[in-house]
Design a protein around this ligand. Structure first.
Ligand SMILES: NC(=O)c1ccc[n+]([C@@H]2O[C@H](COP(=O)([O-])OP(=O)(O)OC[C@H]3O[C@@H](n4cnc5c(N)ncnc54)[C@H](O)[C@@H]3O)[C@@H](O)[C@H]2O)c1
Length: 255
């Protein structure tokens, strides 16, 4: 029996990186996954691979800035899998480092749009469906360790993630009386395609080593690391008493 047996999730940004790790961990633990990504081809290809392995998975094109596409994803999840138990607001974009005086307000707006308002849209469209569940429903937001411990030169990304932290805590308070839990994952630098952005646009082995050596455990965060943490926080049996939890998955970065 899987740890999420019989549950169903929408995972935004589920076609790549940490979102893909979450989808793979969820289906391994018995959940159905609706992969909701702006990259529809990648999302469909992952869903096909998972279905070929016997998992319950489907894909839908979602832009987290387009609420109608999110509503369609929630409806598709309920129609195909019978319910929505878990919304994972994971989609995001990375940023190339830039000094404060070189940071345009356009960059700040873009990051607030995707990394903060995108999470707001994902949560708001999911809540009516989560309310239809008698128990066990939850929201999980992929935030970032940067919201707990700022880094220099990532103003757009970091300020938007700080807003996502606020959203997670505040929404956890509002939804607690309804027994809907809201938690956040706070990864450090990950072995995902986004690493190239943080490295300045391209990714080299030297960058990977430099980032890994900057973390106390001396290793990057993998999609599997994030997937395992997501399963734990989404399991009512294991984390039923946890809401508003900011869980670092960061190889010790925020110590
Ligand atoms: N990689 C890191 O170092 C790191 C660290 C901390 C937090 N995070 C966060 O983890 C999450 C996943 O990042 P990742 O590293 O897996 O990156 P990634 O680039 O591998 O995956 C991001 C996914 O989001 C999708 N996406 C982007 N914009 C979208 C939109 N508007 N609507 C729907 N889907 C969209 C992309 O198509 C992609 O599949 C993000 O929220 C990111 O900020 C990443």
């Amino acid at each position: 029996m899987g740890r999420l047996e019989g549950m169903a999730a929408v995972v935004t940004g589920g076609a790549s990186g940490f979102g893909k790790g979450i989808v793979e961990a969820f289906v391994r633990e018995g959940a159905a996954a609706m992969i909701a990504d702006i990259d529809e081809a990648k999302a469909q290809s992952l869903a096909e691979t998972l279905r070929a392995d016997g998992a319950r998975a489907a894909a839908v094109r979602v832009d987290v800035l387009d609420r109608a596409s999110l509503e369609a994803a929630v409806e598709a999840c309920e129609a195909q899998f019978g319910a929505l138990d878990i919304m994972v607001a994971n989609a995001g974009i990375g940023q190339r480092p830039a000094a404060f005086l070189d940071t345009s307000t356009d960059v700040l707006r873009q990051h607030f749009e995707v990394n903060a308002i995108g999470a707001v849209n994902s949560c708001q469209t999911a809540i009516p469906a989560l309310r239809r569940r008698a128990e066990g429903a939850s929201i999980l937001i992929t935030v970032s360790g940067i919201a707990l411990l700022p880094r220099p030169q990532l103003y757009g990304y970091g300020m938007a993630k700080a807003a996502a932290l606020y959203l997670m805590k505040s929404l956890a308070q509002e939804l607690a009386p309804e027994r809907i839990r809201v938690n956040g994952l706070f990864p450090a630098i990950g072995d995902t395609p986004m690493l190239a952005e943080f490295a300045g646009g391209t990714r080299s082995e030297a960058d990977e080593r430099r980032f890994a050596e900057g973390l106390p455990l001396g290793r990057l965060i993998t999609p599997a690391d994030v997937g395992q943490a997501a399963v734990f926080l989404s399991s009512p049996a294991e984390a039923g008493a946890m809401t508003g939890c900011a869980l670092p998955v960061d190889a010790g970065r925020c110590l």
